[in-house]
Design a protein around this ligand. Structure first.
Ligand SMILES: C[S@@+](CC[C@H](N)C(=O)[O-])C[C@H]1O[C@@H](n2cnc3c(N)ncnc32)[C@H](O)[C@@H]1O
Length: 230
């Protein structure tokens, strides 16, 4: 598993509650089978572009920060004709996703158990046709806003890896995150396609754990869709 803090500052949690025995077993056995090879600096010090032959020629989608993996599993099950990479440094979340994948039905999911920036380093130009960013960490304090995903340090590498016309979906419950997303994503090379409030989610959306928490706490979802220029 990548130590995200080794060469880049990662400010989120990488570990939570003590893992159950089954979760430990899933991490020991299931993760190796689903992990992408050639992403970490140890495996790929030259940062050579990944060989994407594992997709079998299917369009490549990415989910950044999949949390418990419920949205990712639903997308992969609903779209067997695409290949989906999920990226998440939080070990408990990875274990939850592996539990959902244990029956082996889905052959179109791979995991990068670390920081998405390490993956951006090695994704070939223009390889992604859809990207999901569901409830990214809000970093509410103004002095922490530069840690947000919707800043050039994340958005420019994302734009490079997106094919012209690729869709970029952002869901958030934080009004200031909507503001910053609308300000920062277009200059990175995307056009705004739609901006919807509660009730306006995508047709194939599956509400995530974080969204359920936000709704319980009275916050309102926003769903933003962008398209890569080109
Ligand atoms: C607020 S949680 C939302 C989780 C899930 N998408 C949901 O909606 O329930 C944000 C997630 O993004 C992950 N994350 C934060 N920074 C990341 C990074 N640089 N690369 C990949 N994932 C990241 C965190 O570990 C966390 O699980």
């Amino acid at each position: 598993m990548t130590d995200a803090g080794e060469h880049r500052n990662f400010y989120g949690r990488t570990h939570g509650k003590t893992l159950r025995a089954q979760q430990k077993a899933d991490l020991e056995t299931g993760l190796a089978a689903r992990s992408l090879h050639g992403v970490t600096r140890e495996e790929n010090p030259a940062r050579a572009p990944l060989d994407l032959s594992f997709t079998g020629g299917r369009p490549l989608w990415l989910e950044v920060g999949f949390g418990g993996g419920e949205h990712l599993v639903q997308m992969a099950a609903r779209h067997p004709d695409i290949f989906l990479i999920g990226c998440e440094p939080f070990v408990n979340g990875i274990a939850m996703l592996l539990g959902k994948l244990r029956d082996g039905r889905l052959d179109n999911v791979a995991i990068h158990p670390g920081d998405v920036r390490d993956l951006f380093d090695v994704l070939p130009d223009g390889c992604l046709s859809k990207v999901f960013l569901n409830y990214p960490d809000p970093w509410p304090k103004a002095r922490h806003h530069r840690r947000r995903f919707v800043t050039p340090g994340y958005l420019l590498p994302l734009a490079r890896a997106c094919a012209p016309g690729a869709e970029f979906r952002v869901a958030t419950d934080i009004p200031d995150y909507v503001r910053q997303t609308l300000e920062e994503v277009p200059p990175a090379g995307f056009d705004l396609v739609s901006e919807a409030g509660q009730g306006g989610a995508w047709e194939d959306w599956l509400s995530t754990r974080y969204e359920q928490k936000a709704l319980r706490e009275g916050r309102v979802p926003h769903y933003l869709t962008f398209r890569r220029k080109g």
